[in-house]
Design a protein around this ligand. Sequence first.
Ligand code: ZN
Ligand code: ZN
Length: 245
Amino acid sequence: MFGGEKEIRISHLENCATCNGTGARPGTRPRTCSTCNGAGQVRRAARTPFGSFTQVSVCPTCDGEGQVIEEKCETCAGRGERLVTKTVKISIPAGVDDGRRLRVAGHGDGGRRGGPPGDLYVFITVDKDPEFQREGINIISELKISYIQAILSSRVEVNTVDDKPQELLIPAGTQPGTVLKLEGKGVPRLENPANRGDHLIIVMVDVPTKISPEERELLEKIAKIRGDRIEKGGIEGFFGKVFGA
Ligand SMILES: [Zn+2]
Ligand SMILES: [Zn+2]
């Protein structure tokens, strides 16, 4: 969401420090391959009934390197590189999403024969959050309110991805499944982190399964005013009758 720094362990090839990546023992130098004269490839003229062709192939003596190491570096056995495991600190940009690829310049494998190193690519996996879901640059969460709050309106505190909870006004007559919006409380845009998406809040209306005798009495009064037909004693009373509890 907001970016940061993270340390990761990687294995990559580094140029051998003993021979500076040349593969030759210190004090000696690779010599130019005499088979290909340093070109790394050999040409052969092939005569066929259809005419003469020039065939180009990788030099078998130097394997295309153009050079032959006569005395190998003992540290790297002439390879010029060695496998190194190390910790790299990478900076995560704000707004980065699952599956995004980050390029970390200069932390890839060392270049051939002492050349500059390539880049490291890091694939980002974002952990799921039990409370917040992400959809593009918007954040989605659910909010449970009582049926009284839904009917009469209320101000409630909701958790946001920012540190502080935010006050949210539930309008009178809010229906279950209504989506309320906290503007600018979503995910920062990767290209422009000052610009943030919205936080969408899906309102869930809690219908109690247990109520006190006092609440029941009041609700039965309301039902009478509204003219709603109800079952006296509710479902608990029903089971009470059936099972004789
Ligand atoms: Zn070496
Ligand atoms: Zn050669």
